[in-house]
Design a protein around this ligand. Structure first.
Ligand code: PLP
Length: 425
């Protein structure tokens, strides 16, 4: 498994934060150092994950896909079957247990698309913690159904209306809160990024994915897979499934980024691969409390990003992923929005599984690789989440004639109901 050297992975990582946040990060680091090798703590975490989130998630063979693509045997690690529909809850539940150990009673988080905020609100409700979620005002409008559920779960959702009104501003606001409240408040970081010890800590909890997978592969085909493919936004599901295999060089690890609509600046989120003759290639920089590869313009400003999958639309990447790519342990790849939609449709039609658009990047990359491998080989794709949340984007990509009518009818029905009011108070 992966261990940092004083918070660094090669040249990446570190802890570049205002002095006022250092005590809280050091407290967290010391607690994590005490607990990471404590079997009792890991068992407590596994029990919570099992009883609350349905772990272990299955390893599903895909005979139909394997036949169609004609190469390696394809398996899916089913993180979509977690409670709340994605791997994010693994990390959040683990951090919830740390909060209890620290005796704090409040958690805060920032969220872009809302998935991490929702997972955090679920954890807080379950563990009896107060919860505040910071979210850009524009993101709130775009992702209102997540906001709705967070509030139903008892979380306070704070709209952030400064700047571009999206994730970055929400992050600044959450850090401002934490600087003033860290005595009784924990900041739940959602991916394997940010200042130390977060990249390592998030990877530790997410590694439950890869640890289960190791046993399941032995059981199903008596050895380790030839290749594992995961999508890379911040890098947490990828590191979770990769970490237990890092010392096994015969297992190829492929991370798939968002190729968006092409290599133009602002049209993608490719930080690890060379992509066309892109003008805004990722370079090492320090932002958001850590050093990693960030997409930057030539004058060093953080670049704009795009992906059809909101969870992959991120300007930086885990320092662990950056380091593993630099040392050639991880092979980067990318898939464009178009390729992703095709892979999405193929999985649905062939195996009856509705994947998240993020996970469909891993599918697109994995399908390409599987076709290049031999029939005797095994390829595992980490299916990080389910696609229910993406219904509106999918409906736009694959329109059905009745869809507009359905929406109009639904709106009319709702306004009728308001007049007759069937609301529960
Ligand atoms: C958030 C999210 C991702 C991207 O985050 P990582 O930290 O890179 O794993 C991928 N898939 C799904 C389903 C997500 O919700």
């Amino acid at each position: 498994m992966i261990r940092s050297e004083d918070g660094f992975f090669g040249q990446f990582g570190g802890r570049y934060v205002p002095e006022i946040l250092l005590p809280a990060l050091i407290e967290l680091e010391e607690l994590f150092a005490d607990l990471r090798d404590d079997d009792g703590f890991w068992r407590e975490y596994l029990l919570l994950a099992q009883q609350f989130s349905g772990r272990p998630t299955p390893l599903t063979p895909c005979p139909g896909l394997t036949r169609q693509l004609g190469g390696a045997r394809i398996w899916l690690k089913r993180e979509d079957l977690n409670h709340s529909g994605a791997h994010k809850v693994n990390n959040v539940l683990g951090q919830g247990l740390l909060v209890q150990r620290m005796g704090k009673r409040r958690v805060i988080a920032e969220t872009g698309a809302g998935q991490h905020g929702l997972a955090t609100a679920i954890m807080a409700a379950r563990l009896g913690l107060d919860c505040t979620i910071y979210m850009g005002a524009d993101d709130i409008e775009r992702q209102y159904s997540n906001v709705f559920w967070m509030r139903q779960l008892g979380a306070e959702v704070v709209p952030v209306s400064t700047g571009a009104r999206t994730l970055k501003e929400a992050m600044d606001e959450a850090l401002r809160d934490w600087a003033a409240s860290s005595d009784d408040t924990h900041y739940v970081l959602g991916t394997a990024c940010g200042p130390a010890p977060f990249p390592e800590l998030v990877t530790y909890f997410q590694s439950v994915i890869g640890l289960e997978l190791k046993d399941q592969c032995q059981e199903e085909f008596g050895r380790y897979p030839d290749e594992i493919v995961a999508c890379v936004g911040g890098g947490s599901n990828a590191m979770g499934v990769f970490a237990p295999f890092l010392d096994l060089p015969e297992v190829r690890l492929t991370g798939v980024e968002a190729g968006g609509t092409g290599p133009r600046p602002g049209a993608h989120s490719v930080r690890l691969s060379a992509y066309g003759d892109q003008q805004d290639a990722a370079e090492t920089g320090i932002a958001q409390g850590f050093k990693t590869l960030f997409l930057q313009s030539r004058d060093g400003q953080l670049g704009a990003t795009h992906s059809v999958a909101a969870g992959l639309d991120y300007v930086g990447v885990s320092p662990i992923v950056a380091h593993l790519t630099e040392t050639l342990r991880l092979t980067p790849a990318y898939a464009t929005d178009q390729e992703v939609l095709k892979a999405f449709q193929l999985l649905m039609r062939t195996e009856g599984i509705i994947p998240a658009l993020e996970s469909s990047h891993a599918l697109a990359g994995g399908f390409k690789r599987a076709a290049e491998l031999d029939k005797s080989q095994h390829l595992v794709i980490n299916l990080s989440g389910r696609g229910d949340k993406d219904i509106f984007k999918i409906a736009r990509a694959f329109p059905q004639p009745e869809w507009r009518e359905f929406l109009d009818r639904e709106l009319a029905r709702q306004s009728n109901e308001k007049e007759g009011s069937t609301d529960v108070a």
